[in-house]
Design a protein around this ligand. Sequence first.
Ligand SMILES: Nc1ncnc2c1ncn2[C@@H]1O[C@H](COP(=O)(O)OP(=O)(O)OP(=O)(O)O)[C@@H](O)[C@H]1O
Ligand SMILES: [Mg+2]
Length: 451
Amino acid sequence: MKLNILIVDDEKNIREGLGQSLEMDGYNILLGKNGREGLNLINNNEVDLVITDLRMPEMSGAELLKQVTASNPTLPVIILTGHGTIESAVTAMRDGAFDFLTKPVNLDRLSLLVKRALANRQLVLKHRELQDEIDKLSRRNKFSSIIGKSAPMRRVLDIVEQVAATKASVLITGESGVGKELVAHAIHNLSQRKNKKMVEVHCSALSESLLESELFGHEKGSFTGAIARKIGRFEASDGGTIFLDEIGEISPHVQIKLLRVLQEKKFERVGGETTLEVDIRILSATNRDLKEETEKGNFREDLFYRLNVVNIHVPPLRERKEDVELLAAAFLKEFSEENGKNITGIDQKARLALYNYSWPGNIRELRNCLESAVVMCKSSIITRDDLPATISSGSDEDSVKIPIGISMDEAERAIIKATLFHENGNKTRTAEILGIGRKTLHRKINEYGLN
Ligand SMILES: Nc1ncnc2c1ncn2[C@@H]1O[C@H](COP(=O)(O)OP(=O)(O)OP(=O)(O)O)[C@@H](O)[C@H]1O
Ligand SMILES: [Mg+2]
C-alpha cells in the first residue's frame, strides 16, 4: 500500500517538482496551493505526511501546521522555507513541525527526511496501538495492574478470578520477579474481603523469634525487650487476608504454629495463655519448589498441603514473550511521565533486543531496563543504544535465541514470530524465508496466536 504525501505550496513549479521526485520514491502525491486546500485534502483523505511552504495566500503554512498539530498530532509536517526566513522555521519547529528544509530544496535530503518522518510516524502509531490495547485490557479486567495477554497469563488470571470468591488458601509460585505479589493483591481485591485489610509479611526478612512475635504477637515481658503487649499480624488482619511472602524460608518451629492456625484458626500470643480465634484468608508465595523442600525434609508436608489448596504458578517471562512488548510499552509510559520526558516509541532493533533477551529477572528486570532506557534516551524514540549492555549485546538481530527446556512447538513459534517481526509482518516474505507455503504459515500463525 502506497503512503500518501501532501505537498502544499503556492508556486506550481515547486509543488509539482517535489511531487514528481517523491512519486519516483514510490509515494502517492496530493497537491494543494494554499493552507486551506491542504486542510481540505487532509480532512478528506488518508494523509501520512505533509510538506508545506510557509508564506501562502488564503491560509499560511504556519496556520496549517497549527490546525494539523491540534487535530492530528501524529501526522508529521515538514516545513519549506526560503532563504532569510530561518526564524519562522524555528517558530514552526516549536509549534510541532517534524523538521524543515530550505529552498531551493535538495531532493536527496528531501527523500531522506521524508523517509525518516514516515518511519517515525510508524513507531508513534505502533506505540499508540499498544497503549490503546493496554487501556482496553485494564478497562476490561479487574486485575488492573496486571498486564498480559499471552495464553499462560490469561490462564493465571482465570484461576485468580475463580479462586478469589472462595476462602481457599492459595500458594503462588514462580521465579523471582514474575509478579507473585501482584497476583496476591489481585486475589484480595477481587474477593469479598476487598474492603478489609490485606496484611503482608515478608517471612525471610525477619529472624525466627522476630517472625514469631510479628505473626502471633506477644505479651508484655514474654522475652527480654518485650516491654509491652504486641498485637500480631494474624490478629491485625482478622476478617481480611494475610499474605505470607517467601513462605519457603520459615523455620520448623514457626511452621508448626502456622499449621495450627490453618487447621483450627487458633493461636496464642508469644508468652500468652489466652487462645485467640481469627477469620482469615491465607495467601502465600515462594520462588522455591516447596514440594521438593518437603521431600528433602525442610518443609512440613502437612503444612504444604494446607497452604497449597490451590496453586497458582506464574510462568517466567521467557515462556510468555508475547507479553514483552505490551509490558515494555506500559513501563515506557510510566517512566517517561515520571521523568517528564516525551518518549513516543521503541524502534525496531530495540524491540527485537527486548524480545530476544531471556529475562532471568523476569518482569522486574524488564521494568528496570525500561526505566534506565528512558533515562538514557536523548530523543523521542528508544533505540538499542539506550538499552543496558547485557540486553543489547546479547541480541543479534539476525538470530533467534531458543533457551534449553522449551518444546519443539514453542521453538517453532519463536522462529515464526521472530521472522515475521524481522520482516515487519510481511507474510509472503516470511513464508519464503522459512521455506513453507503461505497457507501453512497462516495456519501456524492462528494456531500459535501470533496475530
Ligand atoms: N503482569 C504484570 N504487569 C505489570 N507489572 C508487573 C507484572 N508482573 C510483575 N510486574 C511488576 O514487576 C515487579 C516485580 O513483581 P512482584 O514483586 O510481584 O514479583 P514477585 O514474583 O513477587 O518477585 P519476588 O519473588 O522477587 O518477590 C513489580 O514492580 C511489579 O509491579
Ligand atoms: Mg515478591
